[in-house]
Structure formats: structure tokens, C-alpha cells
Design a binder for this molecule. Structure first.
Ligand SMILES: Nc1ncnc2c1ncn2[C@@H]1O[C@H](COP(=O)(O)OP(=O)(O)OP(=O)(O)O)[C@@H](O)[C@H]1O
Length: 290
């Protein structure tokens, strides 16, 4: 199965947003994205960060050909939105989000198979032996070998996240979009997923990924670039080490934040004393002198 459109090559950009704005008429012409430019090259691994409501998911949905811009142009895998059959294009992009509808009683292996047809329910007649074997291989690659026959609904949050990534890889996409894949994972599950994404990037040089997250701690060491978004506008973007800085995070979130990197991983913490804590003086010890 080929992961490329005819004429598509890894040296070409896989996502290009040029002067993209999005306005929501339903919310009184609210500007969701404002003149956003963004280029993702083949093999790059991007993190999209920014405060709640900054527009991260909207950018991801543009890259997944799920929505169109109000103004500006969006090219995905070399095809301009508005001039291409988006259903065909969507089938070439792996999209993972928590809202993905999945039958809870379906086995993990079945859920992965449905990625071949892009359906919620399995279309059994469409899956040949090669597809079934591929689903097994992807589950093994994502470290899910032991529970291939376990019902999706009985899997833990971390296991579910990895199963959904395996599902998204069934169509052999050259672009994988992950919307808050670490949501509600405990620490060991988070670390397993970080490790899985890192191995995925290392094992598939042609694959580009974009991960929306709130926490730099969730970024695998393979993350090559980052985009900081604030109120629908680019604050800064580029190579990860030039973007994930204390100065940029402080500007992005409007409070002092220290960002550090160790062994390829990233850590952020607020260095501000919350005003509520500052105001609340500790009560005096009973019997203590003023
Ligand atoms: N379908 C919609 N209709 C109206 N407004 C929308 C719609 N989708 C998103 N918005 C608005 O667009 C803005 C950006 O939303 P988006 O989900 O892209 O932000 P985000 O950075 O992913 O936020 P979060 O971190 O909270 O998930 C928000 O103000 C949101 O309310």
C-alpha cells in the first residue's frame, strides 16, 4: 500500500498554510485564526502549543482537510484545499483524537482494521489477509501485542491511545495528526506513549507528525519543531529549541514560566507566586506573640 499521492515526494512540504484566517459566523464573526503561516516539511515532527482556545485544534483540522479556511490557502500533501476531493485527501492523513467514535465491544485488532476503511464499524469483506497481518504488526509496533483481542472498552486510556494511533497508521499515511493524545493519561501511560511516538518517528523517516499538547513534558525527543499560538496568531515557530524557551512561554501564557530541557525532553513550570497564595498569610500559631 503506498502512502503517497502520485508525484508526491518527501522533499516537498506536507502542510503549507499561507495567510490563513478563520472566522466563525456562528459566534459573531469571531476570529479563530488570524493570518497564520506554517510549513511542515516531510519527516518533521511538530508540537502545537498555546493556551486554551488559542486555535490549536483548528490548525490541526485544517491540516487534516477537515475544514476550509475563510481566507488564505491550505496545501496538504501537495494538494490545495478547495481543488481536491477532500475525502481522498483525508484518507491519506492519519488523524487521532479522543472524540474518535469506536465500538467499545470491538477487539483492539478490529479497531485497528477499521482504519483501513476509515469506518467506525468493521467492513469485514474489505479486509484481506494482508490487512489483518498489517493490523497485527502495527499493534506490535505500538507495544499492544498482548491485548490484540481485548475489547477496546476494557483497555486502559494509555492502551486506547496507542490502539488509535495504530488504527490511524493502517492507511500508511505520510502525515499523522495527534490532538491531545496524552489527555487523562497517568504518568507510566504517558511515558509509554512518549516512547511509542519516539520509536515511530525513528522507524519511519518519511513520516511527519503534528501533536497538539498543553504540556512540553509530553513531547518525545523526536520533536523537531514547535509552534506557539496565542489568540489565533503565531507567537513564534521554528526548530524546537528556539521556540520552547522561558521567554516565549512567558509571553505566550502571560505569566513567568521557566522551560528547561534534559536529555531531549522538555519541562515547564510557573515561577510566579499565585496572587491568592501571596494574599493569604498563614494563621498565627495559637499562643504565639505578635
Ligand atoms: N465549531 C465552532 N464554532 C464556533 N466556535 C468555534 C468552533 N470551533 C472552535 N471554535 C472557537 O475557536 C477558538 C479556537 O478553538 P480551538 O479548539 O482551535 O482552540 P484550542 O487551542 O485547540 O483550545 P483548547 O486548548 O481549549 O482545546 C475558540 O475560541 C473556540 O471557542
Amino acid at each position: 500500500m503506498s502512502g503517497h499521492f502520485a508525484g508526491e515526494s518527501e522533499s516537498r512540504p506536507v502542510i503549507v498554510l499561507s495567510g490563513v484566517s478563520i472566522r466563525r459566523r456562528t459566534t459573531g464573526q469571531e476570529i479563530v485564526l488570524d493570518s497564520v503561516d506554517w510549513t511542515v516539511q516531510g519527516g518533521q515532527h511538530w508540537a502545537l502549543l498555546g493556551p486554551n482556545g488559542a486555535g490549536k485544534t483548528t490548525m490541526l483540522r485544517l491540516a487534516g482537510a477537515l475544514i476550509h479556511p475563510t481566507t488564505g490557502t491550505v496545501d496538504v500533501l501537495g494538494h490545495r484545499l478547495g481543488r481536491v476531493d477532500v475525502r481522498e485527501l483525508r484518507a491519506r492523513v492519519g488523524f487521532v483524537n479522543a472524540a474518535q467514535k469506536v465500538p467499545l465491544d470491538a477487539a483492539a485488532h478490529t479497531v485497528v482494521l477499521t482504519g483501513a476503511t476509515g469506518t467506525v464499524q468493521p467492513l469485514w469483506r474489505m479486509y484481506d489477509a494482508a490487512a489483518r497481518e498489517r493490523a497485527h504488526l502495527l499493534l506490535a509496533e505500538l507495544d499492544c501485542k498482548e491485548f490484540t483481542q481485548r475489547a477496546f472498552g476494557d483497555c486502559s486510556g494509555g492502551q486506547r491511545a496507542r490502539i488509535l494511533i495504530a488504527r490511524a497508521l493502517m492507511s500508511d499515511p505520510s502525515l499523522l495528526l495527534l490532538d491531545e493524545p496524552f489527555n487523562a493519561l497517568d504518568l507510566p501511560s504517558r511515558e509509554d506513549l512518549v516512547d511509542a511516538l519516539h520509536r515511530l518517528a525513528a522507524g519511519r523517516p518519511g513520516l511527519s507528525t503534528v501533536t497538539v499538547t498543553h504540556h512540553p513534558e509530553e513531547l518525545p525527543p523526536s520533536t523537531s519543531h514547535a509552534y506557539l499560538l496565542r489568540e489565533g496568531r503565531e507567537l513564534v515557530s521554528g526548530p524546537v529549541e528556539s521556540v520552547l524557551t522561558s521567554e516565549n512561554f512567558t509571553a505566550c501564557y502571560g505569566r513567568p514560566i521557566r522551560v528547561e530541557s534534559h536529555d531531549g525532553r522538555w519541562y515547564a513550570r510557573s515561577t510566579a507566586v499565585p496572587s491568592a497564595r501571596r494574599r493569604r498569610e498563614p494563621p498565627p500559631f495559637p499562643g504565639s506573640r505578635p
